[in-house]
Design a protein around this ligand. Structure first.
Ligand code: 5GP
Ligand code: MG
Length: 171
């Protein structure tokens, strides 16, 4: 395993997060929202993003585990769901990365059944070429090629989440 080039350094990430925060503030136009942070990968992104936004935000957490075993069912299970009532709320799901799209679609579905007014999705990274189920996020930080990345919350076997940059990992 070899740590390869830095894809986005901390400064580039910070710049993009600021841009997204501004776009989101404009979109929500001062009305309050519930941010649902997808654990664990989206933690640094979510905290940086939320801190930079002026929109009034309540924070909830969700934890999805996708099982792409031998059968490759792509089943998604939840070990944590929002505790607050989402009825009638404007929800913003904050994701780390969209790959096949299965996790994001499952999260979207799990939140929709709680009768929110709307569910929006922002993801730091997107790999559109890898999509296996149809899912279109509302905001994307960076669209990337089919590479495996770590850092800024993203892990390989729980390692590297603490890296300040986003790097390509050659497996
Ligand atoms: P999906 O359900 O879209 O296939 O997968 C989303 C999940 O796969 C992410 O939340 C993340 O845990 C993992 N994942 C997909 N691509 C990458 C990647 O390039 N790096 C890391 N660290 N995780 C990834
Ligand atoms: Mg992961």
């Amino acid at each position: 395993m070899k740590m390869n080039e830095v894809l986005y350094n901390a400064a580039a990430i910070a710049d993009r997060v600021q841009e997204l925060a501004k776009e989101l503030d404009v979109a929500f136009d001062g009305s309050s929202i519930v941010a649902v942070v997808a654990l664990k990968g989206a933690m640094p992104f979510a905290m940086d993003l939320i801190r930079s936004m002026k929109t009034p935000i309540a924070v909830e957490l969700i934890r999805a585990k996708s099982y792409l075993g031998r059968e490759s069912t792509g089943e998604v299970e939840f070990s944590l769901l929002p505790e607050g009532d989402l009825t009638g709320k404007t929800v913003l799901v904050i994701e780390d990365i969209l790959d096949t799209g299965r996790t994001a679609r499952a999260i979207y579905g799990a939140l929709l059944i709680q009768n929110p007014q709307r569910v929006h999705v922002v993801t730091l990274l997107d790999k559109p070429a890898r999509r296996e189920v149809e899912f279109q996020p509302d905001w994307v930080g960076f669209s990337i090629e089919n590479v495996f990345v770590v850092g800024y919350g993203l892990d390989y076997d729980e390692a590297y989440r603490q890296l300040p940059d986003i790097r390509v990992l050659e497996l």
